[in-house]
Design a protein around this ligand. Sequence first.
Ligand code: ADP
Ligand code: MG
Length: 251
Amino acid sequence: MTESVSNPIVRMAKVNKHFGSLHVLKDIDLQVKPGEVVVVIGASGSGKSTLIRCINGLEEFQEGHIEVDGNELLPDGRSSKALQRIRTEVGMVFQQFNLFPHLSVLDNVTLAPMKVRGWNRADAVKTGERLLDRVGISDQAIKYPSQLSGGQQQRVALARALAMEPRLMLFDEPTSALDPEMIGEVLDAMRELAREGMTMIIVTHEMGFAREVADRVIFIHQGQILEEAPPADLFDNPRHERTQSFLSRVL
Ligand code: ADP
Ligand code: MG
């Protein structure tokens, strides 16, 4: 095994984050290896979104350091070069789909590769069509986001993120805004991505999905990682009393 295979793609060390007087992340240590799927669970307000937003520089932190694929983020945003590289290498899918409403589905997917990566239109379209096919919506390419269901829009958001050929994908409750009957189609696309070996960090309340897809589940409580384990261990034998009471409420 070469060293690059085992080197973590994400390294967080002693990361602390405050919003004013609120201490939101407390001494977060987290390493994620290439190809790993890590699911983050925890109560509302525990710091899950803040944690993953720190990884792609959407939030600054005050102490510690974060390294993503060799690019180091420093406290208080003192790492603008690394930040630019991380933004192009890390894809993110949010609860709200955040598609460009005035662009067709295909144009949503081709925009960033053309603008940021400098691809010509023909190449971007070819890749975009392949990605739309991969998430099962190739027949929607010329429609506008408002003409699509929530589940379809979220799959466009996934295709758009994948168009940048990310080294890492972050998901922040990607199915929480969806009607129940549309959750499955988005989870299927994510499951497929995991199977293909994508490195993924996923905040979700879909515990069945987590059990099936995660290599490791992390439980956050009030800004601290209280417990982490393979899903079968964490769900069936939570060690911490806080984890037990959280799981008893959501399972
Ligand atoms: P989660 O995603 O687990 O629900 P968040 O990371 O969104 O939790 O929030 C963690 C804590 O930080 C919460 O108490 C929330 O109110 C607070 N918080 C989040 N974003 C901000 C912000 N921009 N300004 C101030 N407080 C914030
Ligand atoms: Mg959140």
